[in-house]
Design a protein around this ligand. Structure first.
Ligand SMILES: [Zn+2]
Length: 324
């Protein structure tokens, strides 16, 4: 039996079920906001247990069963582990959460001074002992933030994640720099440390590759890691703001079909990476129901076989997040 660590304890990976592999259930971007935008980012904050529970209940009604909260240090909220555990208790949704440092702009001066060993010790302590004195443990080392070009603290964090993964058996999930070369560079750093490809998830395929250059994606897929199409329902302006080509949802699904046909079905994960409360159904947004209610039907309409859809939404996350 393969084990997955949730915020309420260990479960059999066979019980994980339909999973959103790359989400944010509680998050706070104000720490990274420029002074003039602090008020707006304050309104984006996801820190209300009741609201998250409502969104997760809608997801459950849409046959959702599990969510991975990939929120790293620097953009998390006070008492995130306790809030996640409470949301899991109230909804019955399996919640797996991450421990990680995000991109350099979210690190404090003091954190930037930490050694690889000190960062690894923090990750390992979270995994072995739980966050602080909560006893609540992460089930993934992620999302590790990487910028383009990679910053010194981010490289230390990746190497620390490699050490922590080798010691604990947890999978590493990485937010790459928004450029085609970034994933391969990240995979090299991790595998040079001895991390197996199947213990690595690279997120954000659509802000890293271009929809009209699927050959680049294919070359990366060949490296053997898991990878996530985790930005469905993301508007064009978000891509413009980071200078990346826009992917429509249809193009995302087309890329998934292309990769399935090329033999990479068992490495694909999907999600919406919703870090902003305005994306809640309760605020008129797509919510956590978007993958089961919109993207899965779109996959069927584009001719992706039911067995492939099941692999991507159920079997792949069960393997990707299994300990060992
Ligand atoms: Zn990210």
């Amino acid at each position: 039996m393969a084990i997955i660590q949730t915020v309420l304890g260990e479960i059999d990976s066979a019980d994980l079920g339909f999973t959103l592999a790359y989400e944010h259930l509680f998050s706070d971007l104000t720490t990274r906001a420029p002074e003039e935008l602090k008020a707006i980012f304050e309104s984006f904050k996801k820190d209300n247990v009741g609201e998250t529970v409502e969104e997760l209940m809608l997801y459950r009604q849409a046959n959702g069963n599990a969510v991975v909260d990939m929120t790293p240090y620097g953009v998390d909220v006070i008492d995130r582990p306790q809030k996640l555990a409470e949301a899991a208790r109230q909804t019955g949704i399996h919640i797996v959460c991450g421990s990680a440092f995000y991109t350099a702009s979210s690190w404090t001066e003091e954190e930037r001074g930490m050694s690889i060993q000190e960062i690894a010790d923090l990750y390992i302590s979270d995994i072995v002992n739980g966050f602080g004195s909560t006893g609540i443990k992460p089930g993934v080392i992620g999302e590790i933030g990487v910028s383009n070009p990679i910053e010194a603290c981010e490289e230390k964090s990746l190497k620390a994640a490699a050490q922590a993964s080798l010691v604990t058996g947890l999978t590493i999930s990485v937010h790459p720099g928004s450029i085609e070369e970034s994933p391969a560079m990240i995979v090299k750093i991790l595998t040079d440390y001895g991390v197996r490809q199947d213990k690595i998830i690279i997120g954000h395929m659509s802000t890293t590759f271009a929809p009209d250059r699927l050959a680049d994606l294919l070359a990366f897929a060949d490296m053997g890691t898991y990878f996530a199409f985790d930005q469905f329902a993301t508007p064009e302006r978000n891509y413009q703001s980071i200078g990346r080509p826009y992917w429509s949802d249809e193009e995302g699904v087309r890329a998934i079909r292309f990769l399935c046909e090329a033999g990479f079905r068992d490495k694909i994960l999907i999600s919406c990476d919703e870090i902003n409360t305005m994306l809640n159904v309760g605020k008129g947004g797509p919510g956590y129901i978007y993958i089961p209610n919109v993207i899965v039907p779109m996959m069927r309409a584009q001719g992706i076989p039911e067995t492939d859809i099941h692999a991507i939404t159920v079997e792949n996350p069960a393997k990707a997040f299994a300990i060992g």
